[in-house]
Design a protein around this ligand. Sequence first.
Ligand code: GLA
Length: 411
Amino acid sequence: MSDDLHQTGSLVVDTNSTQDSLSQVTRKYFETHYGSPAEFLVRAPGRVNIIGEHTDYNGGFVFPAAINYYTYVAVSKRHDSIVNVVARDWSGEVDHIDLTKPMHFDEARMWPNYIRGVVEQLQKRNYPLQGCDLVVSGNVPQGAGLSSSAALEVGIAKALTHASGITLTPLELAQIGQDAENQFVNCACGIMDQLISTSGVEGHAVMIDCRNFETQSVPLPPSYEIIIINSSVQRGLVDSEYNQRRAQCETAAAHYGVDLLRQVSVEQLHVQRGDLDDVSFKRAKHVVEENARVLEMVECLRSSEHGKLFQLMHDSHESMRSLFEITVPAIDFLVELVAKTLDGEGGVRMTGGGFGGCVVALVPVNKVAQVKAAVEANYFNETGLKEVIYTARASAGVVVLSTGFSADGVG
Ligand code: GLA
């Protein structure tokens, strides 16, 4: 498989990465920096969520796909307890981690914290880690809501454990990434992003039951393309708003006398509403109904009833707009624009945590050009923002690639 980026719009394309596959670029960069070839390469994907938003931390259902935009980690073992990291995408900045010392938060730079957080979690679990030289590089768009940070956490966790002869399950790896983010980076995210980055399946979206972490992969119909449109809206308040939504869901769960909103049925939601305040009720209604939509979406895809996809994705977006209140006008405009072009086929909605970021659309192959043209002709005029459009493929979860041969074809 090649690391091809299919994109239109105004993103600055890294010509090195497009001429040469990103895996080769990462390998060469490693060799130039450290003076000898990397022993192996890890590839961890970003993700797009097809449906099921803000349900993961409520113990509910999500339906993401890993995508063919990746973080690569090139690795060679050292014979001491030092982990050196070079971040190719941050102008070759470096971080030196001493495994014998406690991890400290880097106030000046954010990227090392994802790595230090993962190291701390591995050590908390008493895994004996080997020192390593690393190069990190990737093409998951950053700050776009496509989980570049989860891909980095998972890539680092896989790189360090593989180098140290430790084998972890996809769930264990994902939990290490999530705990790093919750406890070190201080973002109260759920498990979805890390778990799909470890458990993605080529050509499939994966339904995750976030209460027992069971996964079911569901083939995505080849007659649709996954189109992701980055609104280019800066996601400024996302962390505080995200944590606030979590707190509101917890308030609602406590009102219904359950640990997680997943345990509340649609009927109970209304019958036992009592004196629950309006905001908490709206948040709970979104979560309870969104869970039901995930199950219905999976059913529709399994039975090839594609006629219902449009309505389900529409209802999900409308619920994020009016009940969970996490969309912004530019995103709503984009969704409406694409929905109009789709005219009842496929489906479109905001994807990810909210307050900007991306829209995901399942677009019938014969309408892809039309959708892109509609966005390119109208979005900038309406919002003054330049979108970036990506065509994604559902991809495999994290893998270790031998550096002795090309990454292409290994999945
Ligand atoms: C972010 C979080 C996920 C999930 C989504 C919303 O991506 O990292 O855990 O909560 O938002 O569905």
